[in-house]
Design a protein around this ligand. Structure first.
Ligand code: ADP
Length: 171
């Protein structure tokens, strides 16, 4: 049987339980999932690409892989559609949280389809517990010393604490 390949691209700054939930759901759909860590997403990132790659690798290593499934983590430093083609992926996974995500995701999906009509975007919704989690909220709450333990793993929370402690020392 054919090995179906999908890409789940994102900034993952940082990787949250929401991202982990979408990763697991995407793995139910394809045989090989590549979590693509975007280098240039037009966003300022708290963590460098190298730090995000390491973090995503550590986090996805905790996911129990169903038999016959493969999970890879790679940097994306080119156009997503080119990355997907080079990886032999026919599916791009995106997560949808609230209606607020819809407009941007809709535009991205249409643009990608114009670039390559063979590649389909599939939208997934996280489980109820994770639906409202966003990396931005986690950074905001973490920077103010709030409890982020229900949004990210203890390891990611520690990395955030280290970043914010470092920033305080620089002030
Ligand atoms: P964020 O939007 O949180 O800054 P990313 O750019 O890294 O994070 O997101 C990558 C993909 O994962 C996007 O499609 C985004 O909508 C999706 N995503 C992120 N968090 C969640 C969540 N809690 N539930 C569903 N999808 C999510």
């Amino acid at each position: 049987m054919a090995n179906t390949v999908g890409v789940y691209p994102g900034t993952f700054d940082p990787f949250t339980y929401g991202h982990a939930d979408i990763t697991k759901r995407a793995l139910d759909v394809v045989d090989t999932l590549i979590v693509g860590v975007a280098e240039h997403s037009g966003k300022f990132t708290l963590f460098s690409l190298a730090e995000r790659l390491e973090m995503v690798k550590e986090e996805v290593a905790k996911i129990e892989l169903p038999a016959g499934k493969n999970l890879l983590v790679k940097p994306i430093d080119n156009l997503l559609i080119d990355f997907a083609n080079q990886a032999g992926a026919k599916i791009i996974f995106r997560g949808l949280r609230a209606i607020s995500d819809f407009e941007l995701e809709f535009k991205l999906c249409i643009m990608n389809r114009r670039l390559d009509k063979e590649i389909e975007t599939i939208f997934l919704m996280a489980g109820e517990k994770y639906q409202f989690i966003s990396s931005n909220f986690v950074k905001e709450i973490g920077s103010l010393g709030g409890d982020i333990s229900s949004f990210v793993s203890p390891e990611v929370a520690q990395k955030l604490t280290n970043k914010f402690e470092g920033a305080k020392l620089c002030r």
